[in-house]
Write a protein that binds this ligand. Structure first.
Ligand SMILES: [Zn+2]
Length: 234
């Protein structure tokens, strides 16, 4: 039981709280920033492909992710989160958990390609496959089918926009868009793509991937793609 004084104090407190909450202005749709997650693949003990004796995939993906974050910050329109911002090991499962928790408006995962001889070159963009969508009937039943279709369609659109913008940097070197489930994106309810930016095994592309000015060009092309993505989808 509470005494009358305590009851009154509580009531006054509640009234004050209501006034404060009531007076907090709510953000309009225009003021709300788009949440972007950039995923620099690999990190820490997981190096990815070897680029040179001194640099590995994890270093290049992080450098480009940080440059992209800087580019996006200039716009003032986005809130940008990285799955890692330093050289540390983050498992795919932890990345997925983080993404599911913060539910970004778009997700961009960065990798570097390698192999198929030193002549293999160009970027590749992966988006989640429609064929592996969860059971359609169940989705219709719980009313999420349209939402799932929307994020899959948005992922394709995002992939197409990135392709256009990277084609300018790597003329005629795009190896195309690929519909495939990747461990990071599989089953995620977020529009997202995985970009294999170029080949570490190709001497010309290796140089591009390692030069700060080229990394900045790539970051600018990706920032432009993100901007365009929100223009066409929202
Ligand atoms: Zn990789």
């Amino acid at each position: 039981m509470l005494s009358l004084t305590k009851k009154l104090m509580l009531l006054t407190g509640l009234l004050l709280l209501c006034t404060v909450v009531y007076e907090v202005p709510s953000l309009s749709a225009a003021e709300k920033k788009h949440l972007v997650v950039i995923d620099p693949a690999h990190g820490g003990q997981e190096s990815g492909v070897k680029v040179t004796d001194k640099a590995e995939e994890k270093d290049v993906t992080l450098a480009i992710a940080l440059a992209l974050q800087k580019e996006l910050a200039k716009e003032g329109l986005y809130e940008v989160a990285l799955t890692r911002d330093s050289d540390k090991t983050v498992s795919c499962e932890d990345r997925r958990k983080y993404i599911s928790k913060i539910k970004p408006d778009v997700l961009l995962s960065l990798h570097i390609n390698a192999g198929f001889g030193k002549n293999a070159e160009g970027f590749e963009i992966y988006y989640p496959g429609f064929s592996n969508m969860p059971d359609q009937k169940k989705l219709v039943k719980d009313g999420t089918k349209d939402a799932k279709n929307k994020y899959l369609n948005d992922s394709v659109r995002f992939a197409q926009i990135i392709q256009k913008n990277l084609d300018v940097l790597f003329p005629r070197k795009g190896r195309g868009l690929r519909e495939a489930d990747t461990p990071l994106l599989e089953g995620m309810s977020v529009p997202g793509v995985v970009v294999e930016i170029g080949f570490a095994t190709n001497p010309e592309e290796r140089k591009k991937l390692l030069t700060a000015s080229s990394q900045s060009e790539i970051a600018k092309a990706l920032a432009k793609s993100i901007k365009l993505f929100f223009q066409v989808t929202s």
